[in-house]
Design a protein around this ligand. Structure first.
Ligand code: PMP
Ligand code: GLN
Length: 384
């Protein structure tokens, strides 16, 4: 074929770093502390609920925006945990948070629009903005606490800015945006009449008694915010791909338009199982949070015995480490050496930056892993 058929909009796209590192982990039989997914199963009782749904004939298309019991369960927990009132028409169930992000960005961003993203960013934001023809504008979260310069954010906004994307708790740094930071972002969004897309997939993974603050809880933000989350994180079933977007009816109607032509509807029995899972959230959460806090402590303490200096995360299931600069030139070299020579896969985060070079000095590790996987992986890193 002489002709190039690819659309120009995919010309800068490569395989995601998560898939790349998981493949290398497989090829080199390495311990995988790279891609973010648990290496242990989610709760058996949720699987049983899915099987029950299948056996009772819940096997055909669901309503496009999601089954009512799941939407109700989502609005119920938002009321109970955050004192936020949403109607069922304001929830759209999607194929993971990934589709919610895609459908939202497609619904609102068009060529010429600028979207502010905090770097390091979750990689699909960049891809989605590019697919929509928009322009990403980065504001850097800087070590040691991954805070940002308020002036840098203020100066990034102009007449073309349409949206700010926030992710709290944050992948890859584990940062929780402070109330002060969220209020500052909100004040700019209100002043310049911007949308805010807030990715809160790690809303229940906060440590040391830190509270998750939803962007919608900030005064004046509910009507201009799209909140995205995922049962994949909350119930440890990333492969089920049940996510959701919540926004006021006008915004939700726009997102639904894209959603209906992207997936139309998502897996019916899994939606039923997740509706049931949310009904047990109160019982489930204490154990879940305790488990992850212990894993956070374990990986942090193990890392202290290595030459990689950990930045203790307050949320998510990721930890950033500084790489020893006298041994490795940058993150890519460190990640490649670790996977090929030491048998441990990590994520080099420089691909999550478009502006700053800070990513070259760090690696991201995932601790949603069995304790033995964590210990095994970090002991391999200790040999460096
Ligand atoms: N946002 C963030 C910040 C994530 O870390 C992830 C997945 N790890 C997603 C979105 C995608 O979620 P899902 O697997 O539900 O599509
Ligand atoms: N979100 C996961 C991570 O941060 C990866 C998900 C994916 O590979 N799409 O590692």
């Amino acid at each position: 074929m002489g002709k190039i058929f690819n659309a120009n909009r995919i010309s800068s796209m490569t395989t995601s770093i998560f898939a790349t590192m998981s493949k290398l982990a497989f090829d080199y039989k390495a311990t995988n502390l790279g891609q973010g997914f648990p290496d242990f199963d989610g709760p058996q009782w949720i699987m049983d609920a899915a099987y029950e749904a299948m056996k009772s004939g819940k096997n055909q298309y669901a309503p496009s925006s999601g089954i009512l019991s799941l939407k109700k369960a989502i609005t119920d927990y938002h009321k109970k945990y955050y004192d936020l009132d949403w109607s069922l028409d304001e929830v759209i169930v999607t194929a993971g948070a990934t589709e919610a992000l895609f459908s939202t960005i497609m619904a609102f961003i068009e060529p010429g629009d600028e979207v502010i993203i905090f770097e390091p960013f979750y990689d699909s934001y960049l891809a989605d903005i590019t697919l929509a023809g928009g322009t990403p504008i980065a504001v850097t979260l800087r070590k040691p606490d991954f805070s940002f310069d308020f002036d840098e954010l203020t100066n990034a906004i102009n007449d073309r800015t349409k949206m700010i994307i926030v992710n709290t708790p944050h992948n890859p740094t584990g940062k929780i945006f402070t109330k002060n930071e969220l209020e500052y972002i909100a004040s700019l969004a209100i002043k310049h009449d911007l949308l805010v897309l807030t990715d809160e997939v790690y809303e229940f993974l906060t440590f040391d008694n830190e509270a998750h603050i939803p962007m919608t809880s900030i005064d004046g933000m509910k009507k201009r915010t799209i909140t995205i989350s995922s049962t994949g994180k909350t119930f440890g079933m990333t492969g089920w791909k049940i996510g959701y977007a919540i926004a006021n009816e006008t915004l939700a109607t726009a997102i639904q338009k894209v959603h209906q032509w992207t997936t139309f509807a998502v897996n019916t029995p899994a939606q039923h199982a997740m509706a049931y899972a949310f009904s047990k959230l109160d019982d489930y959460l204490p154990e879940f949070r305790k488990l992850y806090q212990e894993k956070r402590n374990l990986i942090y303490n193990e890392l202290l015995k290595t030459k990689f200096i950990p930045h203790k995360p307050l949320g998510s299931y990721f930890i950033m480490v500084d790489i020893p600069s006298n041994i490795f030139a940058d993150d890519t070299q460190a990640a490649m050496t670790l996977v090929k020579e030491y048998g441990v896969a990590t994520i080099p985060p420089s691909v999550f930056y478009v502006k700053s070079d800070e990513g070259k000095t760090m690696l991201r590790l995932c601790f949603a892993k069995e304790d033995k996987t964590i210990i095994d992986g970090i002991r391999k890193m200790a040999k460096v």
